[in-house]
Design a protein around this ligand. Sequence first.
Ligand code: FE2
Ligand code: FE2
Length: 404
Amino acid sequence: MQIVKPVEQVDMARNKRLLNRYRYIEYETLRILAAWLPATARMEYKLALGRFIWEEAQHVQHLYRRLREVQTPAFRPPDDPALEELMAEAINAPDERSLLAGLFRVIKPALAAAYRWHITQTFANPDAPTLYALRHILLDETEHLAWAEAELADHPADDWERYIADLLAHAGGVTGDSDRPALSSPSACRKPFKTPLTAARDERFAIMTQPWGDATARAKDEEAERRLAEFENYSQEMLAAETVALIIHLSPEMPWGFVYDSARHCYDETRHCLLGIEWMEQHGLDYARVPQNIRIYEWRSQYDPATQYCLLTRGNEAHAFPFRHKSLAQYEAAGDLLSAQYVSYDIADERQHVAYGSKWLLELMTQNNIDLPLDQFIEETVDLWRREYMSGELPLHRQREEAS
Ligand SMILES: [Fe+2]
Ligand SMILES: [Fe+2]
């Protein structure tokens, strides 16, 4: 009997172990980026983070689909404390650029290199679904690396990056198979991550300080004014993305399906923000001159994640449709194709967001120990939204903030 010795280095057991490590790194990267979205000040970075969060979710989804074919349960910890320590530490960066440098100049390049190596070493035909997943993930990862290379070109490798590289080496690299040198001391610039209760903005933006006024007083009758106000508001939708990102960060026990939907929700809101920015630029206007109403994020963030999710999906999002449809009709009647297109796509996204709300709210309530019938919770939370958001008051309840 002839025995053929395979040349491939990745057998099925090793394949599973590696896929678990990749899935873990991709998922934790998503969670770290979500945690940092509100804390990141530079608008260009915030907009990019929205896309990265969604794309990391696609990567996890690819790996999840493959893992569930070869193991049950599909999601497993990597069974390597050193790798868990790396991803637990990567969030504690001193600032947003160091955070991105650690993730995009240390961890991601190593991950991409592991994917490229893996593609050449697994059994090409029997393991073709893994190859498909890795090849498609690499399309995004290559772009992420190029983005970071350009954005961080003037950011020198610092002690933080050295620390992340040390932690990665101590975990035996992405595959865990390299030599594991002893860990040196943590970076002196390490800053324990704190949940951001306020939304950061860079120095270009003015912060809205005057009272917001109630919804009726804010409404504009004149068509051009109303249109401008609508797209100025779009340019502020980073606030919704920040709330969804915060909910992802605060809900580590929610199922993967929730994180996947929320990654999309978060990305959509960054796209709506960008759509406002683009519209303003196309009309010769500077979006940075629109004062940022970051109080909205601060107000929402004082509540538990289920309440925040309900305020957003059942308050803001569920109630926006009549306004948007009126806009759409006006833009179409005026032959304003650009505005009509933007609003049409927004309406399609927002329908999904309301559907996510219906799909996940009950489970999020359970996670947050809210023991009310769903309908009652929604009714009370929408009342709260009317009282505190629609009135423009956005009160901060000190005791609640301290208790959180
Ligand atoms: Fe939106
Ligand atoms: Fe939305």
